[in-house]
Design a protein around this ligand. Sequence first.
Ligand SMILES: Cc1ncc(COP(=O)(O)O)c(C=O)c1O
Length: 488
Amino acid sequence: MTNIGWSGLLPELDRDSIVPLYRQIYEHLREAILAGTLPESTRLPPERTMAQRLDVNRSTVVHAYRELVADGLIEQRVGSGSRVVPQLRRGRPERAAGVPWWVTLPPWRVGEFPNVLGELAAKHQPGRISFVQGVAPGEPSPLGELAQSFARVASDPRFVLSYGDSEGYEPLRAAIAARMNARGASSVAPRNIIILTGSTQGIMIVAQSLAEPGDEIIVESPSYPGALQIFQINGLRAIPVPVDEDGMRVDHVEAILRTRRPRFIYTMPSMHNPTNATMNADRRERLATIARRAGVPIVEDDPYGPLSDRSLPPLVSLAPDHVVYLSTFSKTIAPSLRVGWLAAPRTIIERLLLRKQAHDMATSLYVQAAIVDYLDGGYDAHVAQLREELVLRRKLADAAIAEHWPQNVRAVGAPGGFYLWAATPREIRARALLDAAERLGASFLFGEAFFANSGGDHHFRLALTAVARDEIGEGIRRIGEAVTNLRA
Ligand SMILES: Cc1ncc(COP(=O)(O)O)c(C=O)c1O
């Protein structure tokens, strides 16, 4: 049995954090066990002792240990306390009779994260100006022409009464390939493309196909909360890399790759969510080069790229054999279509397709056929209008901020795009600001959701597309008033 000195291994608890204390303890011990700092068979301090040392309730430690048991990382026996499970038996909690079955379930990793998807799907509250969801704006509306496209395909049994191919409707894959070629990704052909039921499905497929639980991946910091949640559910361990006004800090990626072999690099190089930063051309080249050199693939998540007015080619054009590209019609047409796509090297298409089939067999052929019809019709004009709308909305937001926000609450992201990324001064946590703003009838997404490990408690995101255009100013004014209330 291993006994080790504990002083350096105890977690430093952040009592102001929204992450519950038990979660912080669990997270810290889990990291230490997976990293080997707490070797096999190490005996953990008894719950009562641990609680005293950390100055928390015993039930907090009980809860943390219980999570570690559920993950198969420690085992508890009456009389001999809690011990780190040997590697070989990890992940297989004992299934003896009398042990409740829910304790013996495979590791469950949801919950370390604030309830982000719940927040994203927040219900509409009358009177509240909610800058939460990154949805396409109501204006310009694709609805009229889209309805006609649906009507045209609705009576064709080929589209409605069948499943279609798992890789997707060929004319849609051809139309997407042609559009990607026009954006510089000349090597992408229909055979590289799989149609997805939302690009969220692609993130899940990639997380399951390119990595295994426990593997490390590189993510941006901040990053898209939905992706962080998917990575976490799949047990992937995020190495965060900062983002500045020119996109991901590729020099940090380079430094990490000198000593570690993450499974992939997840990045949003164009109109990054939430900062709206676009990676400059030099960094794109550099990232493509180092990914090729290190043999680490890039997952390029590009829902906003088709809306960008900058003509930077996607990463997939620079390193076609090292990039899995993801995009979607959620932002350019409507999220309810649930249609996105991935483009990948042929060498891994089969592996990705098997997962796709396991998820849902095929994406709705009916919807795909309607999109093909719409792409031939009003789509391009709609996207052009949408670009203008985004610029206009950001101008309205900037004017309202200049008028209503004290100078130390700032918009820090790049202009344009769906989102406005903002920072609060040291004395105001974004969570507290959200509470105050909600009391005045405005809401937004708090910053912690965008960080894989820690950070973001002084940042927040406004989705400028989520509200009516003429509500932007009033919503921002309410947030300014909330800041004033908090300082009073
Ligand atoms: C970066 C990013 N990736 C993926 C998605 C999800 O897209 P979809 O609706 O296609 O699942 C979003 C939605 O906000 C996003 O911002």
